[in-house]
Design a protein around this ligand. Structure first.
Ligand code: SF4
Length: 332
């Protein structure tokens, strides 16, 4: 059984007299200990998907239809008490800015102890020992000293380590990390990613890494979902997606990576920008930015089809596969 199964998920935002679709027919699965990435530019729907998994979509957003199952339990039908059990204990979230999670007026230690004692009945002293051990686990030097410090006394990288320690306190099955390194220096980014990777590997924790950067996810995720305008447009093994991207949007994201640009050359940005929810183009939502768009792309929505190793929603790929199939038929 899959640890997490998201099936045909639709999330809408109810704005004045308009219904705006933020997620459209999103499906994927996650196995125990597996690491997947959700990639796309800002506005693609990645964070909405992350929040939807723990049913944390705030108004005016709501889950319109579809299913999110944690093993055999339907998250979309849980009451608040059941959701609180799931959040943190089974599925934990890490955000870009650790200050979104840390309380600036409490010491690091008080926050960690509070987390432990709100879920287990143990003494302050025992909770303190566990908290210090977890700080040590996330490679924070002098954990006893850090325990008594306030968040503002720590660097950004160290604060993110504290968040990872706090997430580990409850031994979750899944960590959802939403751009966890975007606010950090490049060298610290690499350290935090390595730490997340090691922690997930060593503890058998599944990871959903949300990122705009295919370079970042290639170091951590085994499988990648590429999102555009609320749709999953490509899904497959990360190595395959990096080495042989099928969807023109994935190709554009890869070409835009600084590593793909020669010194002195301008970045190969994808022309145009992600449409707002209110201005979703007809047909394939990527068509105004796609160098291969045809009349059909402007009018019809491509189906999500399996292309051999990955799955893609693109008429160009579909036509190519049909051509190969026809040639195979002719040859046989
Ligand atoms: Fe481009 Fe058409 Fe494919 Fe969309 S369906 S990505 S517009 S070729």
């Amino acid at each position: 059984m899959n640890l997490l199964s998201v099936s045909h998920l639709h999330v809408n935002f109810h704005m004045k007299e308009q219904e705006l679709a933020a997620l459209i027919d999103v499906s994927f699965t996650l196995n125990r200990g597996e690491r997947i990435a959700i990639v796309g530019e800002s506005g693609a729907g990645k964070s909405v998907l992350g929040f939807s998994i723990v049913n944390l979509i705030g108004k005016p957003g709501y889950i319109k239809s579809g299913s999110i199952k944690l093993e055999n339990k339907e998250i979309t039908k849980m009451n608040l008490r059941q959701l609180q059990e799931v959040r943190g204990k089974r599925i934990a979230m890490i955000f870009q800015d650790p200050m979104m999670t840390l309380n600036p007026v409490l010491t690091i230690g008080d926050q960690l102890v509070e987390t432990i004692r709100s879920h287990t009945k143990i003494s302050y002293k025992d909770a303190r020992n566990i908290a210090i051990e977890k700080l040590h686990h996330v490679q924070i030097a002098s954990p006893e000293k850090r325990f008594d410090q306030y968040p503002h006394e720590l660097s950004g990288g160290m604060r993110q380590r504290v968040i990872i320690a706090s997430v580990l306190l409850l031994n979750p099955d899944i960590i959802i990390a939403d751009e966890p390194t975007t606010a950090l220096d490049v060298t610290i980014q690499a350290e935090i990613l390595q730490l997340l990777l090691a922690i997930c590997r060593d503890n058998g924790v599944a990871l959903v890494l949300i990122s705009h950067d295919l370079g970042v996810v290639s170091k951590v995720a085994e499988r990648t979902l590429v999102m555009y305008a609320g749709h999953v447009v490509e899904e497959g093994p990360t190595l395959e997606i990096i080495n042989d991207p099928q969807h023109p949007y994935t190709q554009g994201l890869l070409n835009a990576l600084p590593q793909m640009t020669l010194p002195g050359q301008r970045l190969n940005q994808i022309r145009g920008s992600m449409p707002s929810l209110a201005e979703r183009p007809s047909g394939c939502a990527f068509h105004p930015r796609c160098p291969y768009a045809t009349q059909k792309c402007r009018q019809e929505q491509p189906r999500f089809i399996y292309s051999g190793v990955s799955s893609v929603a693109c008429f160009l790929v579909e036509d190519m596969l049909n051509e190969f199939a026809d040639k195979d038929k002719e040859a046989s």
